[in-house]
Design a binder for this molecule. Structure first.
Ligand code: FE2
Ligand code: FE2
Length: 285
């Protein structure tokens, strides 16, 4: 139904279209439509409009059943079911990542045009990641919805709905940046278990996610400059205010550096005091 509305208005406005797609419940249809929207050039943009969702967002399929993170079991990599459970968890993260990129587009009016085109690019890439992983899951004999999942990523999107500064700080440059840290070890485990295709997909994802975190950094720093506040001090204050648990290593310093974190931030993360340190020795990839 959501997509029918978009098809009736192919020249529709970008932020309105992002809101419609966010409400779409069917994950496959959502991913497909987001890919099409991201590939259609430069859609019409009304960056000032104040929009309201017509119904519940995000649209979610009936399955997977959403549970608390504690109820998502870790499974052994030497069984197909165990590997499928891991791929399923990644499919769900990518589903939420499509939704978070769409939410960044419709939710916050008054940003420069490049902000919206950046997040449209992210949405398109998340939709690609979702499709690659869900097809791989199908090849293993499972489908999205066959395992339970947790919604930690979306919960932080919800918490930060009132302020694009908090959103940029805590979603792309905290939670998506966490993905940069954990993907290399996950890739190694899958490869060791013989899943070469999963490793190839994770290579694509890691490459693209560096870009997503860079976009988070770009707009976080833009908003800090606009408000005349210090990015490092502000990030720490926001993490406390919004209850982000302290990060733990190992960190992927080379990927974080490529995503635009400055040396002072990387040094602080490593807990080694400020600046003037060669971090290359600590790289995890
Ligand atoms: Fe992704
Ligand atoms: Fe991402």
């Amino acid at each position: 139904m959501v997509l029918d509305a978009m098809q009736n208005d192919p020249q529709g406005e970008l932020r309105q279209a992002a809101l419609l797609l966010l409400a779409e419940k069917d994950a496959g249809r959502k991913a497909e439509a987001v890919r099409r929207l991201s590939e259609c050039g430069a859609p019409r943009l009304d960056s000032e409009a104040l929009l309201q969702p017509a119904g519940a967002i995000p649209g979610q399929p009936e399955r997977p059943l959403l549970v608390s993170p504690r109820e998502v079991k870790k499974r052994a990599m030497h069984t197909v079911e165990g590997r499928a459970a891991l791929i399923h968890a990644l499919v769900h993260i990518e589903f939420n990542a499509i939704n978070l990129a769409l939410d960044a587009i419709w939710r916050f009016p008054g940003m420069p045009e490049a902000y919206y085109s950046d997040w449209l690019r992210v949405a398109g890439e998340e939709a690609l990641h979702f499709s690659l992983l869900s097809n791989h899951l199908k090849g293993m004999g499972y489908a999205y919805g066959d395992f339970v999942a947790h919604n930690g990523l979306w919960e932080m999107v919800e918490k930060t709905r009132g302020d694009p500064l908090a959103r940029m700080a805590l979603v792309p440059r905290t939670l998506e940046a966490r993905g940069l840290d954990v993907v290399p070890a996950m890739r190694a485990r899958l490869l060791q278990a013989g899943d070469v295709r999963a490793a190839e997909i994770l290579d694509i994802i890691l490459h693209d996610e560096i870009g997503h975190v860079a976009i988070g950094n770009r707009w976080y720093n833009y908003l800090c400059r606009e408000r005349g506040i210090d990015p490092i001090v502000t990030h720490a204050l926001l993490a406390t205010e919004y209850g982000v648990p302290p990060l733990r290593g190992p960190y992927n310093f080379s990927a974080r550096r490529a995503a635009g974190f400055c040396e002072a931030e990387l040094s602080e993360l490593a807990g080694r005091g400020a600046c003037a340190m060669n971090m290359a020795q600590s790289d995890t990839i």
